[in-house]
Design a protein around this ligand. Structure first.
Ligand code: NCD
Length: 310
């Protein structure tokens, strides 16, 4: 994958997904060491180009790069020449002229990472573009599920909430389907895109029905920043209908796990208990995000595979 962009899961072959997940398992070991650093990407430069807010994704890309000994530069739009009306593409080209080995891009508009990738020499990783894709989130979710459940093939994954505006839902639908899981979605009817079943997923409007037989439950935040108008009567009504708590969790398989990409709106999509306690694996997702992003930076801007063992 050296020098290749990672723009989405839709076009990523199953064999590459498996390679990334296997490499991430090696990287997890580095995170458990006392000195969490290997020299694999020494002398390489990674630029984090985040035009939209981020806690988990941005911090984990930075930590991932640093654990591999890369030099990581965090670009901050509000203190850049974007405030002097320089365009996004000119900004990206300017940074590219400094010869980075990888550029990580998040933007609120779908397609911007791809557009940037078209003009840059450096490989581009999409860290989330509008409601389109969030490939690294889906990959870390697949890593988390494969380790929590021992497999992905044959599992039933229920994604619940604002499916229409969620890049996490879209990337996970592609990813889990490619690895042999049955993916279902549920949410208020206006938040379920009419064409969703063309992606091979079954859509439900009842929480109880979507949970019956589910091994993995992924709750999503309402993407308020992408909504105009009302999609459900009130937050209280949403949480009564689609919010998860221990009582409703009994509708799912006994050993089901609960996931959420974060940030969680406590008491809306998940109650406090399910945010903080097993079977929630939310913090495993965060931890795995570092290893997964180390694997990607290594595969995209690294050298020979043997270097992982350094
Ligand atoms: C998600 C995102 O930004 O798409 N968060 C994340 O990257 N972990 C989901 C969200 O904001 O709800």
């Amino acid at each position: 994958m050296i020098g290749q962009d990672l723009l989405g899961i839709e076009d990523l072959e199953r064999s590459k997904i498996e390679l990334i997940l296997e490499t991430a398992v090696h990287m997890q070991e580095v995170g458990s060491r006392e000195v969490k650093k290997i020299p694999t990407l020494r002398g390489r430069t990674v630029i984090n180009l985040f035009f939209e807010s981020s806690t988990r994704t941005k911090a984990s890309f930075e930590i991932a790069g640093k654990r591999l000994s890369a030099d990581v530069v965090n670009f901050s739009p509000s203190s850049s020449s974007l405030t002097k009306a320089e365009s996004i593409l000119d900004t990206a080209k300017t940074l590219d002229a400094m010869d980075p080995d990888c550029v990580v891009v998040r933007h609120k508009v779908a397609g911007v990472p791809q557009r940037i990738a078209e003009v840059l020499e450096a490989p581009v990783i999409n860290a989330g573009d509008g409601a389109h894709e969030h490939p690294t989130q889906a990959l870390l979710d697949m890593l988390t599920v494969s380790q929590a459940k021992g497999r992905i093939d044959g599992l039933t994954v229920a994604i619940i909430g604002d499916i229409a505006h969620s890049r996490v839902a879209r990337s996970n639908i592609y990813g889990f389907s490619k690895l042999g899981a049955e993916v279902r979605v549920a949410g208020p009817p206006p938040m379920i895109p009419p064409a969703i079943e063309q992606l091979g997923v079954k859509a439900y409007t009842s929480l109880r029905e979507v949970l019956e037989g589910a091994d993995v439950i992924m709750a999503l935040r309402i993407q308020n920043e992408r909504l105009s108008g009302a999609y459900f009567p009130s937050v209280r009504e949403y949480s009564a209908t689609f919010g998860l708590n221990r009582a409703k969790l009994r509708w799912a398989n006994e050993d089901a796990i609960v996931m959420h990409p974060g940030p969680v709106n406590r008491g809306v999509e998940l109650d406090h208990e399910l945010t903080d306690e097993r079977p929630s694996v939310i913090l495993d997702q965060v931890r795995n995000g570092v290893a997964l992003r180390m694997a990607l930076l290594y595969l995209i801007s690294g050298r020979a595979p043997a270097a992982v063992e350094d």
